[in-house]
Design a protein. Structure first.
Length: 445
């Protein structure tokens, strides 16, 4: 993807050691998006503590306000969402701009599709290149009209069906966004909507539906698939939501500590939902010194503190079936693998081709620029690691925040500095990333 070279913010990471301290990473992005959406659909005043105030999430907040919900932050940094009730949103007066956020756009399409009015969606260059057919196809089956560019890409307009028809939908790929889109559409229309999920994905939507008072059926069929059923037009009740730390953001300081000698970090109040802990499982298999402390339950989610110390890592094979629980963490896993002895093989990565960038190609290009030996296939990556990584390369981020953070982490362990062409994009998910890492002992310039 072409960049606008006038607005880039390059940043270089230099060899560091002894990262130490206690830290909190920003609130979980998935839960932040959903808390705003469910707050807008519930009756009453939902309060959200620890909302991730990133560009992605704030665009979802603006969208829910455009539908008529009251969305505001008080002096104590607590967010308040006063909703209109299930099926009662108003037609937005203007285009909804989701910036870089596929999660926000795809989930809100499900909400809008069950309302009998037109909604127009747009995004930045990265989001406008990503596939939306995966959510538009089930919405079309419900009777939603779609006016879009070729390939079902943004900008696009959807006109909700009147009345919308509930469907039974088997999700064709491992995607929590598609599942959530269909469930949100089903919530806002009369009748019973069924979602069949062959591969279990992150379940924040299901947990939050129940947390807001909805009844959601869940069973395993004879084929081992998860079958979810939701009866439409259930009233949701406003809640007090506490957003835990985002495990996808935590991945960057965790790997940074593992690859820089003399490091010990404690990351506090991290979400430990079992559909999100694939990276921790993989790093432990690689020999990482990681312990979970103070594990507890909050709002239906497991949270805890993660203690991580610098470690000698070894290569492993990461099975394809683990991909849904760590799909956002493969770029930074490739960084860890670069410093591990032996080969790390990652399989089942086709979903990385349709993220903020072609993430698999972007990771491979970044590894090549910094002297790491690898093999890239259509849906796999093999990294051949070693104790020393040369570095010295310049990495093109392609408007992808996770590529930017991953290769800044790589630079902390390399012999020569690693430069990313744009660190500004990091604000879409992890505001203050560079400042936080420097406070722990990382060197950026």
């Amino acid at each position: 993807m072409a960049h606008d070279s006038t607005n880039l913010s390059p940043l270089a990471a230099c060899k560091s050691s002894g990262l130490r301290g206690h830290l909190r990473v920003p609130g979980d992005k998935s839960i932040s998006h959903r808390a705003l959406i469910f707050g807008a659909l519930a009756r009453g005043d939902t309060t959200i503590h620890g909302l991730l105030e990133s560009e992605d999430v704030l665009n979802t907040a603006k969208a829910m306000a455009a539908f008529g919900a009251s969305v505001r932050k008080d002096e104590a940094d607590v967010w308040h969402v006063t909703g209109l009730g299930t099926g009662s949103l108003l037609e937005p007066a203007n285009v909804l701009d989701f910036g870089n956020s596929g999660t926000g756009a795809r989930l809100v399409m499900g909400v809008a599709g069950a309302h009998a009015f037109a909604t127009t969606f747009m995004g930045d260059a990265s989001l406008s290149s990503r596939p939306m057919a995966r959510v538009l196809n089930p919405l079309r089956q419900m009777g939603v009209e779609v006016l879009s560019r070729s390939g079902d890409r943004l900008p696009l307009t959807i006109k909700g069906a009147d009345p919308a028809q509930p469907i039974t939908y088997r999700v064709p790929m491992a995607s929590a966004q598609v599942k959530s889109c269909v469930l949100l559409a089903g919530l806002n229309m009369a009748g019973t909507t069924t979602v069949i999920e062959p591969v279990k994905t992150r379940d924040h939507t299901e947990k939050m539906l129940r947390g807001f008072g909805a009844t959601l059926g869940e069973e395993i069929n004879d084929e081992g698939e998860t079958v979810l059923t939701i009866e439409g037009l259930q009233e949701l009740t406003a809640q007090d939501v506490i957003v835990p730390g985002d495990p996808s953001s935590a991945a960057f300081p965790i790997v940074a500590a593992l690859i820089t000698p003399g490091s010990e970090l404690v990351l506090e109040d991290i979400l430990l939902n079992e559909t999100r802990t694939g990276l921790i499982t993989t790093l432990l298999e690689m020999g990482a010194d990681i312990t979970i402390e103070n594990e507890r339950n909050s709002g239906g989610e497991t949270i805890g503190d993660i203690r991580v110390r610098s470690s000698a890592l070894k290569g492993v094979t990461v099975p394809a079936e683990r991909a849904p629980s760590m799909i956002d963490e493969y770029p930074v896993l490739a960084v860890a693998a670069s410093f591990a002895q032996g080969e790390t093989r990652m399989e089942g990565l086709e979903e990385l081709r349709v993220k903020e960038s072609d993430r698999l190609a972007a990771v491979a290009a970044g590894l090549e620029a910094n002297g790491v030996t690898f093999e890239e296939g259509r849906d796999y990556l093999v990294v051949k690691g070693g104790a020393a990584v040369a570095g010295g390369g310049r990495v093109i981020t392609h408007l992808d925040h996770r590529i930017a953070m991953s290769f800044l982490v790589l630079g902390l362990g390399c012999e020569k500095p690693v430069t990313v062409d744009d660190a500004g994009i990091i604000n879409t998910s992890f505001p203050g990333f560079a400042d936080l890492m420097e406070a722990l002992g990382a060197t950026f310039e």
